[in-house]
Design a protein around this ligand. Structure first.
Ligand code: APR
Length: 235
C-alpha cells in the first residue's frame, strides 16, 4: 500500500495560495481570526467571508499535472493507493482520485452544529442560512477543521500508515500536527518514505529520500519512475 500526504504546495500551480510561503494566506490573515473556533465565535461574518472568497476562487482553477499523476498512480498501481490531503480544495477529487481522505475538511461542504448534518455547499455562506435538515438558523459552519480541533479520519489514517510500504509527502511544510508526524509513524511501520516538495521542508531529515522542485514536474516524474520500477519487477 502507498499512502500519500498532500498539502497546499500541490495546488499552488493551479493558482491557489499556500499558507506559510511569503505570498501565502497567513501572510495577510491571522490564523486566530479565521481558522479557530474562537475566531468564529467572535466574528462569524469575517470567517464566512474568508471561506466564501476561497470557495469562489475554486471555481476558477483546475487540477494540475501533479493531481492528475496521483489519480493515474491509483488507477495503475496493483495495490492500494490512499491520498490523505490537508487541502480543503476539491482538486484531487476533480483529478479522479478515489481513495481520498480530506483530513482538514472540505470547502464545498457545510456542517450543522445542531444536528451534525454534513451538507454539500457550493455557494456563498451567510449567517442567515438555514440547515436544510433540522431547519435551525445560525447553526451552520464551514466543514473545515480549525486549529484546536481534531482532524477527521484519524483512525483510518493511522491504520493505513501502520501497514503502508511507501509513504510520500507532497507540498507540505511539515508545520502542522498530526500530519507532520505521519512520516515517523510510517517509518516505524517499516515504510520507505519520500518527500516531494519545492524545497526541503523542516521535517526533511525524517525522510529516506527527497525530490525537490515544482509539484507539476516532480510528482509526474516520481509516478512515472515508480510505475516503471514496478513494471520491471524492481518496485
Ligand atoms: N510545488 C511543490 N511544493 C510547493 C510548491 C510547488 N509549486 N509551492 C510551494 N510548495 C511548498 C512550500 O515550499 C511549502 O513547504 O508547499 C509547502 C506549503 O506549506 P504550507 O503553506 O505550510 O501548507 P501546508 O503544509 O499544506 O499547511 C498545513 O496548515 O494552516 C494550516 O490547515 C492549513 O492544511 C493547512 C495546514
Amino acid at each position: 500500500m502507498i499512502v500519500i500526504l498532500t498539502g497546499a504546495g500541490i495546488s499552488k500551480e493551479s493558482g491557489l495560495a499556500t499558507f506559510r510561503d511569503a505570498d501565502g494566506l497567513w501572510a495577510d490573515m491571522r490564523v486566530e481570526d479565521v481558522a479557530t473556533p474562537g475566531g468564529f465565535r467572535r466574528n462569524p461574518g469575517q470567517v464566512l467571508k474568508f471561506y466564501n472568497d476561497r470557495r469562489r476562487e475554486l471555481a476558477t482553477v483546475a487540477p494540475n499535472a501533479a493531481h492528475l499523476a496521483l489519480a493515474r498512480l491509483e488507477a495503475e498501481w496493483p495495490e492500494e493507493v490512499l491520498v490523505v490531503t490537508q487541502n480543503v480544495d476539491d482538486l484531487h477529487d476533480r483529478a479522479g482520485s478515489k481513495a481520498l481522505l480530506h483530513m482538514h475538511g472540505e470547502l464545498l461542504k457545510a456542517r450543522c452544529q445542531a444536528c451534525g448534518a454534513i451538507l454539500p455547499w457550493t455557494t456563498d455562506f451567510g449567517l442567515e442560512d438555514v440547515c436544510p435538515q433540522c431547519r435551525g438558523q445560525g447553526v451552520l459552519r464551514p466543514h473545515i477543521v480549525w486549529f484546536e480541533e481534531v482532524p477527521l479520519y484519524m483512525d483510518e489514517i493511522e491504520r493505513a500508515l501502520s501497514r503502508c510500504r511507501t509513504f510520500v509527502s507532497i507540498g507540505t511544510s511539515g508545520n502542522v500536527y498530526p500530519a507532520a508526524g505521519f512520516v515517523r509513524l510510517a517509518r516505524h511501520a517499516g515504510a520507505q518514505t519520500v518527500e516531494l516538495n519545492l524545497e526541503s521542508s523542516q521535517g526533511a531529515a525524517s525522510f529516506h529520500t527527497g525530490l525537490y522542485g515544482p509539484a507539476t514536474r516532480i510528482v509526474p516524474q516520481w509516478v512515472e519512475e515508480t510505475l516503471a520500477r514496478r513494471r520491471s519487477g524492481l518496485g
